[in-house]
Design a protein around this ligand. Structure first.
Ligand code: ADP
Ligand code: MG
Length: 229
């Protein structure tokens, strides 16, 4: 199933509003987090320490949501330059390896050299992190993720992320990328929305193939940037 990324009005409104509010909300949260840490003294009862721990975790979760929202507020064409997509994919896999191992997930990668695209490295990384994190989280009892980066004959750099996870129905695939769509207990439902927006800003495309209880394959296609002349 091919997902056409739409530049919807709804998404633009979300991004305008959030960039205004996000910074204002973050400061009081950081102050609260700091005081919670100060409260957390060794003499406290186990129960109270647990409550403080949960409060800090929840604040961090709120902060994650804000981070996702904030990246929507950025104009789509800022800071584009030649980026080796394969190199970035390798870095992201390295970053996520501990998280994956913790969930009994192994990431096997095959990355071509010189996969140059016109992009913003940080945003590309964020997009890849969101997609690979979802792949890891789709396998509650562990498994293997295959990640590849290759150049296609018709001028694209193709990044593929394939998991052996819970998979999605057609309806679920179609809802991917809508704000706050999440089937996870503590999910933000913003990761895919951010990722689609990033790929769109790089003039890329996304293909999603998924089968319930078999797994999911994301293919990101970005226009290749020739560097050899
Ligand atoms: P979140 O991860 O916070 O739930 P996302 O926008 O990243 O939000 O993903 C939205 C939803 O899409 C997830 O809750 C999950 O149900 C589904 N999803 C995304 N990627 C996968 C995947 N690789 N396998 C199965 N389901 C997925
Ligand atoms: Mg996610």
């Amino acid at each position: 199933l091919r997902i056409e990324i739409q530049n919807s009005e709804k998404q633009r409104i979300v991004s305008d509003l959030t960039s205004v509010f996000a910074h204002e909300i973050r400061n009081p949260m950081q102050v609260t987090r700091g005081f919670l840490q100060l409260l957390n003294e060794p003499g406290l009862s186990e129960k109270k320490r647990e409550y403080i721990h949960i409060s800090i975790e929840e604040l961090d979760r709120a902060n994650d949501i804000i981070n996702d929202l904030l990246s929507l507020g950025k104009p789509p064409t800022n800071d584009m330059q030649g980026v080796d997509a394969g190199h970035q994919l390798g870095r992201v896999i390295q970053i996520l390896e501990t998280y994956a191992a913790f969930q009994d997930v192994t990431i096997i990668s095959s990355i071509d050299k010189n996969c140059w695209v016109l992009a913003n490295a940080q945003k590309l990384n964020q997009c890849l992190i969101n997609i690979i994190k979802n792949a890891i989280e789709s396998m509650p009892t562990g498994g293997v993720i295959h990640a590849t980066c290759t150049s296609t004959e018709d001028g694209y750099i193709e990044i593929m992320i394939k998991d052996q996870g819970v998979g999605m129905t057609r309806e679920q695939i179609e809802r991917l990328g809508s704000p706050f769509y999440s089937l996870k207990e503590s999910g933000t439902g913003l990761g895919m929305m951010v990722s689609y927006q990033i790929i769109r800003s790089f003039k890329g495309k996304v293909l999603v193939h998924s089968e319930k209880n078999i797994g999911t394959k994301f293919i990101i296609l970005l226009p290749s940037l020739k560097h050899d002349y």
